[in-house]
Structure formats: C-alpha cells, structure tokens
Ligand binder design. Structure first.
Ligand code: 5RP
Length: 257
C-alpha cells in the first residue's frame, strides 16, 4: 500500500506532467498557427512537443483551414502519426525545399543553439531541418539553459561497426574534453537505460549519449570535430539553425529570435 506521502508525491508528479503537456501543446499549436500556410512544404519534427504541432496540422487540414500541405516527417513515429491524421507526406528525394520545419529540443542556449536527439531522431531531424527556409523550435521553459551539455547528454548517432572504437575516438576529441560517452540501451526514444541491447535508430545505427559536467565551451567546434570523426553519422548539436524559438512558461508564451 502507498503511504499518504508517496501518494501525494505521485499526484504532484502527475499534475506537473499534465501542466508541462499543456505548455507543449500551446507552443505546438502556436507554431502551426503562426508559421504554416496553405500550399507549402513543411518539416514535421519528432517528440512529445512536435507531436502537438503534427496534431494541429492534421486538425487544420481536416477543417479546411489549411490546404495543399506536403509534409516531410523526421522519424517513423512522426510518419505514422501524420499518416493517421491524413497529412499528405513526401520525402526530401522529391521535395528538398521546405518552407518551414517545426520541432522540439532537449536544450536551448541563449544563442538558440540546441541539443536534440533525446528521442533518437537527430539524423533525420537535421537533414530535414537544414532544408527549411525557417526552422521553428518549440519548447517549454524547462529546456532553456545557459550552456549546452551538463543539463542533457548530447546524443550522437554512430554506425554499429567498431562502435567501441568510435566511442573512444569521440571521448578524445579536444572540443569535447571531459565527456563520458554512454551507449544508449533499450528503447531508442528514451535515453534512460531501459534494456540490455543497444538502441537502434530508424537508420539502423546506434546512439551514444555524451555526458558533460560543465557547459561545452564551443558547440560549433564540438560539432565540427564530431562530424569529422569516422563512424559518426551525425550529432545532436544543432548550431546556427534556429530561426525562432517559441517558449511556453508559467508567465505565458514568448518568441525568441
Ligand atoms: C527527438 C528530439 C526531440 O525534439 C527532443 O528530444 C524533445 O523531445 P520532447 O518534445 O519529447 O521533450 O530531438 O530526437
């Protein structure tokens, strides 16, 4: 039997999650209302916040408020959600000029650089979002930070072949000094260990989560060094990509540009 204190703690945590979900919904809906126009090609992000934007696109297509949208999903999960809502889909192979892409993030620094990939979709997110004229990031205020790294491990997608070697190469990169690479196990969308086998991305690769105890001094250099490492497919440092970040908090919604 739960003690009264444990029950109260559980209820508080459910209430916190509900209010965080409400904030995610607000930014997801606002991004679509403000940035998605009829007759455009849009990128659909991945994760619990992006899912609200996908929901809103589906809702507005159904009501006729939006017409002639073509959407490029950034994961199998998002593709399935969008298909379920009747959103017309394509890939970058046929549509590589996007008007706007909307996605969540795990951390946002004051320069609007991001950590992404908590949901394991960083490669597809990056390749799609780099093709968008506008990249709109949607977060609740808990994602804002002073410096990337210590608050949320930086995910890196690597090929399975010789992955332990690649992890050692990553740990030795000068711009990532002090990081601890941890192979993600279990469900690819969850960076808390919840299985014994390596998590597999939509692209058939592994994810390594880089843990930091202090902020990454130069996220651009860190990203360049990761990208130049053989065995690395891509990384969750999204620098210089954000057009605007819509943030929801207890005081309302603000847009940072
Ligand atoms: C998925 C991502 C997500 O955008 C990021 O993890 C944020 O997710 P959520 O909105 O569920 O907090 O990068 O790879």
């Amino acid at each position: 039997l739960l003690s009264l204190a444990a029950l109260a703690a559980q209820m508080r945590s459910v209430a916190r999650r509900a209010s965080q979900d409400e904030l995610k919904k607000q930014v997801g809906f606002k991004a679509v209302d403000d940035y998605v126009k009829s007759g455009t090609v849009i990128g659909l992000g991945t994760g619990s916040t992006a899912a609200f934007a996908v929901e809103r696109v589906g809702e507005k297509l159904k009501s006729g408020e939006l017409k002639d949208i073509i959407a490029i999903p950034t994961s199998i999960r998002t593709k399935e959600q969008a298909e379920g809502l009747g959103i017309p889909l394509a890939t970058l192979d046929t549509h590589s000029d996007l008007d706007v892409a909307i996605d969540g993030a795990d951390e946002v620094d004051p320069a609007l650089n991001l950590v992404k990939g908590g949901g394991g979709a960083l490669f597809r997110e990056k390749i799609v979002e780099m093709c968008a004229k506008k990249f709109i990031v949607i977060v609740d205020e808990s994602k804002l930070c002073d410096g990337l790294g210590p608050g949320f491990p930086v995910p890196v997608e690597i090929v399975p072949f010789c992955h332990e070697h690649t992890m050692r190469q990553i740990a030795a990169l000068p711009a990532l000094a002090g990081c601890e690479p941890v192979l993600r196990l279990g469900n690819v969308a969850n960076n808390q260990k919840d299985g014994d086998e390596p998590a597999i991305t939509d692209n058939g690769n592994y994810i390594v989560d880089l843990k930091f105890t202090s902020p990454i001094k130069d996220p651009v250099a860190a990203g360049e060094q990761l990208k130049a490492t053989v065995g690395v497919v891509d990384h969750g440092l999204f620098t210089g990509m954000t057009t605007a970040c819509i943030v929801a908090g207890s005081d309302g919604i603000i847009v940072k540009e």
